[in-house]
Design a binder for this molecule. Structure first.
Ligand code: ACO
Length: 356
């Protein structure tokens, strides 16, 4: 038995495949690089949901636009309850409030994830919610709802690339959580809430904020070696490095690095991050020989979202906004198996005393 279920195959999926040895992510038969930065989030959702959500192929932009508006009608009254919560806690509250009785759960979940991410970030700062614009692109509208200010095309493209990059990723912890909930027939919206709850931990989708904290503490390239070495010596993990499946560089890191490089004025930040990354890989190689630790998606996520002026507590909600499409797809795929996920445990506790 492996406590972390390493190498255990727990589902069959036609959605995405993580090839850890080759450093490839395949989504519906296409390499990530063919989608991220090449097609809009709405088009990527249509690709992912083909054969699972009937209406998606007609006009995905329109479908998700309408879903954001529908979600906002449900969620706006909850805005006063968000102050005092972190954005990810606020997002959890909002998504949990969606009624199961609504129709077209998949697009509602994705529309709601964007609305809830923006509302929760703003609500945590006691700022009012901004209504969606159904005619806008999903990424542009999400960024506008977050900022309550116009968004440049280049910025919208940067967030679009990010949302597509994180749309799905095999049987990661949050997707597995969503599939377990789906297998009990609890419903798609409940499965998406479960996905968010699993995502928020620092070992999964909660890492990019801490990546930025780490870069801030390092401050200058010449401090990197001593700072990173001391962190490892204290037994800490370097955020943005290591992965259960990838034994080489996470392909999403390069896609996101390219997206940051395309943003105006990001050159100095990229140069600093690259210097820290290089040093971190050397320190990990020296301190953890043979572990094959490399850069994961969270490292350049931090840089990209920070460059888009997303506050760091908002990084995980934006991750969830992208991944909600994957959770929804896996939820439907799992439900079609008609079988509850119910593994066994090995009992290692005491036994009742035998009767004399
Ligand atoms: N920094 C330092 N050491 C590390 C790191 C790291 N980031 N990651 C793994 N290690 C070390 C472990 O301490 C362990 O060393 P040991 O054998 O001397 O004890 C060895 O590498 C193997 O680690 P595991 O825990 O077996 O790796 P696992 O596959 O379980 O963990 C994980 C994967 C959770 C992502 C881990 O690499 C980690 O904690 N990384 C930092 C957090 C992070 O970046 N999370 C985002 C992941 S991407 C995503 O989920 C979207």
């Amino acid at each position: 038995m492996k406590i972390g279920l390493d190498d255990v195959v727990a589902a069959e999926t036609a959605l995405s495949h993580v090839d850890g040895e080759a450093g490839r992510l395949i989504i519906r038969g296409r390499d990530l690089e063919e989608l991220a930065g090449q097609v809009s989030f709405e088009e990527a959702v249509a690709t992912l949901w083909e054969g699972l959500v009937p209406d998606i192929s007609e006009d995905p932009r329109c479908l998700l636009g309408r879903a954001r508006v529908r979600a906002f009608a449900h969620l706006a009254p909850l805005a006063p309850h968000l102050s005092g919560l972190t954005p990810v806690e606020g997002m959890r509250l909002l998504l949990a409030a969606l009624p199961d009785a609504e129709e077209d759960h998949a697009s509602l979940a994705v529309g709601a994830a964007a609305v809830a991410a923006a509302m929760a970030v703003r609500g945590s700062r006691s700022l009012p919610a901004v209504a969606p614009d159904a005619s806008a692109g999903h990424a542009a509208d999400l960024l506008r709802m977050l900022r309550d200010a116009p968004v440049e095309d280049g910025e919208a493209r940067g967030l679009d690339t990010y949302l597509v990059t994180v749309i799905d990723h095999g049987l990661n912890a949050s997707t597995f959580a969503a599939r377990v909930v789906s297998s009990t027939e609890a419903g798609l919206l409940s499965a998406v809430v479960a996905g968010l709850c699993a995502l928020k931990g620092p070992l999964h989708g909660g890492a990019p904020g801490p990546v930025l904290d780490m870069l801030d503490r390092i401050g200058r390239p010449e401090n990197a070696e001593a700072w990173l070495d001391a962190a490892i010596a204290r037994g800490e993990r370097l955020m943005g490095f290591g992965h259960r499946i990838y034994r080489v560089r996470d392909p999403r890191a390069d896609v996101l690095k390219g997206a940051v490089a395309r943003l105006k004025g990001a050159d100095n930040r990229i140069a600093f991050a690259e210097a820290v990354e290089r040093t971190a890989l050397e320190v990990l190689e020296r301190r953890k020989p043979g572990r094959r630790l490399d850069t994961n998606v969270e490292f350049y996520t931090a840089l990209l979202l920070d460059s888009l002026s997303v506050p760091r507590e908002g990084f995980t909600p934006l991750f969830a906004a992208g991944r909600s499409a994957g959770w929804a797809a896996h939820t439907i795929e799992q439900a079609r198996t008609g079988r509850i996920i119910r593994p066994q445990s090995r009992y290692v506790g005491p036994r009742p005393a035998e009767a004399a």
